[in-house]
Design a binder for this molecule. Sequence first.
Ligand code: B12
Length: 358
Amino acid sequence: MSLLFYNLNDDMKSLAKLIFEKHFELDPKLNTEYDDRRKMLMYEDILYSLGFLDTSIKFSDDKIFVDFTVWIYQLMCNLMKDLSRERLKDQMVLHLTIMRTVYLEHFSEKGDSITSLIDIAIKAVKEQSDSFEDNKKIETGKFIDIKKDYLECLLKNDTKGAVELIGNIAKSGIDLIDIYINIIQEVMYEVGNLWHRNLITVDKEHYCTATTQVVLSQFYPVIFSSPRNGLKLLSCCVGSELHEMGIRMLSDLFEYNGWDSIYLGAAVPKQAILSSIRENMPELVALSVTMPQHLSLCLDIVTSIKEKYPAMKVAVGGRAFKSTTRLWDKWNIDVYTENADQLIEWANQNIVKAKEVF
Ligand code: B12
């Protein structure tokens, strides 16, 4: 998980080391099953897990850690085919048990929350070990054939084919919102699933992303030719969040709907967001989070924006929120939506119409 930069403090780093060492002590068989590379990845994964645990506890939201535990267990099963699912389940359960003990020794005040959280996570892993679902979402919903063809172009490294396929369906009259949300977004989710199932390599996943950005760029002449409505959207990813394609697509669709978008991109520091708000005074700020570890920072940014500009409309979204139990309900924001088109609808009702009345 080397691309995830999460500011774990020194306490957490020493906890990770303790958990790592204890695991090898209690389960010496790991020494024969894990080579140096696996050991290094295991240590990184422990750090990564602690980030999820920390976030889950901070927000009293079990789902964040439990979903992650199941996700990483499935990833391990997909990557380490030489070990049985049963054996990996045992490793995971031992890992969680050690994590609880070590965490309790260091943060005894968090005793009750950590104990029940780890119990739920262990139960979820045990259930997963019996039923392992294969997620093939692009074979459902609208535009099944187009999604399959587009994915096939990407998997064959057929850049020209991918650009032409999407260009042609746009010419055939399929709406840009459908192309973005019901085709491209779903195919990108499937690309993620294929990586998670160890069916494609990281380089292929990167190629799919880069090519999809090329595919989307052909729509800029259309997007920027819409009549302007005089409203501004400021959008970005927070923390060290690198997943920017979703919020970029959202910004494009706002442009297509007549807004001027000030899209700041991936990994934007808090002070930079505040400075851009001060300079541009947008009607709507949209903050995107994909990895749950950045949720705390997102809340901090939302709080600062609302303190300085109480009337400013703030929207949050992105995959991280789906891995929570409606966390957004507890925040001082104006709206959360799952997809970009729903935010546009909300903005039409709550910002565009209000402006027309005046
Ligand atoms: C492409 C990709 C990357 C690229 C991103 C490049 C880029 N330019 O964006 C790169 C290579 C950088 C990357 C890195 C990593 N990735 Co990645 N990545 C993906 C992938 C395959 C697609 C993301 C995407 O573009 N989706 C399409 C867009 C359109 O969808 P979206 O982001 O959800 O956005 C829509 C909505 O959420 C919403 N929305 C988004 N923002 C906002 C904001 C507001 C205000 C609103 C209202 C709505 C909204 O509107 C958008 C349009 O409808 C996903 C799979 C997935 N399921 O998403 C994995 C995925 C997110 N990645 C994952 C992981 C693990 C990582 C890494 C940790 C991997 C590693 N080995 O290092 C790093 C972490 C990087 C970091 N520091 O942030 C996991 C996360 C799992 C988890 N448990 O959390 C996923 C789910 C893959 C998987 N199936 O396991 N990744």
